[in-house]
Design a binder for this molecule. Structure first.
Ligand code: ADP
Ligand code: MG
Length: 222
């Protein structure tokens, strides 16, 4: 069993879930050019601008709604991404957030186990929509190891901040491991062997998502 946290609660509240979304939107905005540069090398150079537009819309929608539960926060983000972003990336992240929202349900706060389960459901939503597997050089190369590491760490009773850090490390390793891969899904797959030697833009934005989780979801816990 995880020890009781003397400094407060351990879990993901509506506030921390919203802070996570805002932090990711900020990180996307900060890294807009870098993401676009990565997508220029193996895609059509719009990943940074696509995600920035989508996440700005998501943050606006969230600010204008009084979400009472974590599931609604995630569903609001998912709907904004699906409606505002064309191309592959937006709808795929839309699926991530929609499925995460469904799994989170009407809870006003998720336990670490609940969040790990919801995140895994979100990642499985990306698999279901994009039909990609690990090693295809996509966002899933960061997301699948992160979801797995988080579930494992939480299952072992690792402290919540440490569990999130392990997920971030797994996402980083997965992101870096996309560099030598030949893309088998998405636009980059049109390049065949020439896609090797470049880091996948979607895996990079996914790593940012998990990195932002380490900074926002463990607030109030030790
Ligand atoms: P588009 O490729 O339509 O221009 P983006 O540039 O926004 O869309 O996003 C590209 C990213 O989407 C890729 O770097 C990759 O990580 C991800 N991606 C593309 N196709 C798939 C897929 N079928 N499954 C999972 N991720 C995918
Ligand atoms: Mg693109």
């Amino acid at each position: 069993m995880r020890e009781a946290d003397p400094g407060g609660h351990v879990g993901v509240s509506v506030e921390s879930a919203s802070a996570w979304v805002r932090a990711w939107a900020d990180a996307i905005a900060t890294n807009k050019q870098a993401l676009t540069k990565l997508d220029s090398a193996i895609g059509d150079g719009d990943h940074g601008t696509n995600m920035d537009r989508g996440m700005k819309a998501a943050v606006d929608k969230l600010a204008g709604s009084a979400a009472a539960d974590v599931g609604t926060v995630f569903k609001t983000v998912g709907m904004a991404l699906v409606s505002k972003v064309g191309g592959a990336g937006g709808p795929l992240y839309g699926s991530l957030f929609m499925q995460m929202g469904s799994a989170a349900g009407g809870e006003s706060e998720l336990s670490p186990e609940g969040f790990a389960t919801a995140f895994e459901a979100g990642v499985n939503g990306v698999v279901a929509r994009g039909k990609a597997a690990r090693g295809d050089k996509t966002m899933l190369d960061a997301l699948l190891p992160a979801a797995e590491a988080l579930k494992e760490a939480v299952g072992q009773g690792t402290s919540w901040p440490d569990a999130l850090r392990r997920a971030e490390e797994a996402a980083r390793e997965g992101m870096e491991a996309t560099i030598p891969l030949v893309a088998r899904k998405g636009r980059a797959s049109y390049l065949g062997e020439r896609s090797a030697g470049h880091q996948d833009p979607g895996a990079t934005s996914s790593h940012l998502l998990v990195e932002c989780a380490t900074e926002t979801l463990a607030k109030g816990s030790s």
